[in-house]
Ligand binder design. Sequence first.
Ligand code: HPA
Ligand code: ZN
Length: 330
Amino acid sequence: MPLPKAELHLHIEGTLEPELAFALAARNGVTLPYADTEALREAYRFEDLQSFLNLYYELMAVLRTEQDFTDLADAYLARAAAQGVRHAEIFFDPQAHLARGVAMGTVIEGLARALERSESAHGVSTQLIMCFLRDESAESAMETLHAAKPHLGRITGIGLDSAEVGHPPAKFREVYEAAAALGLRRVAHAGEEGPPSYITEALDVLGVERVDHGLRCLEDPALVERLVRERVPLTLCPLSNVRLRAVDVLAEHPLPAMMDAGLLCTVNSDDPAYFGGYVEDNYLVVGQALGLDPGRLRELARNSFLASFLEHDEERRARYLAEVDAYTFA
Ligand code: HPA
Ligand code: ZN
């Protein structure tokens, strides 16, 4: 049985496995420019974030109906449960679907149908975080927030993803202010490929409570000190970092140094269908390649629940933490 954990950095569209992509393509009469799942897997060799995003957006063409989004989320939740996930805070990218003529209601209600039954079906509690595409305009982000208003009961927070460099957080000041006024929690990708100053901006201008990736904080000792002092959680994704070449090889991932520095680190899968593993796979490889002992792995699992948006249900958080503490490693 894997270590109980929360997953806090997971793009639901990044869980689209080749088999499901082809099944949905057939169901919806969409032709994919790949002969079969094997040919598609061949395309999973990325140079950087953008080369991944190109394929990520291309494959979304198969997601058309509410049922498609339900099936996608159901498949993820089943896999997550098998990987020890007790709680998942799930990103989705509505603009990528709206642009293809898929309505906001189709996306959110489709996902929500799977999420509603997740606790009984998979033993996984869930939340939804709506991400804005930072390479689209601030106006488009604001329109997207307005389009989501009828569904706000389903959404815990907002995030910021897609191509980072050249799209600093400050571009989205107004939409983050509007979201805060609606009572939404705030996170943002920062410091994956972008500079440490983007992390500072995400904190100061957008008021984020968690930083997604945040890897490049290490280039700014004063920023590291601040993140430690303010206990800002970082949602790290080690396999993603290797596949998108943010780090050269897993053995050189700075996670141990980040933990030693006192940063509140969590380990997550990002886009597991594309990056070679789900969240427990990430825990296993960091355990092996970075020599993290069971005590450190337990610390990462504890951090995942401490960093999760469970303030409305502290009893649940305490229960999850007790499960982590009671866990015995094989
Ligand atoms: N980074 C930025 N945008 C993304 C990612 C990521 O790792 N995955 C999906 N959208
Ligand atoms: Zn991500």
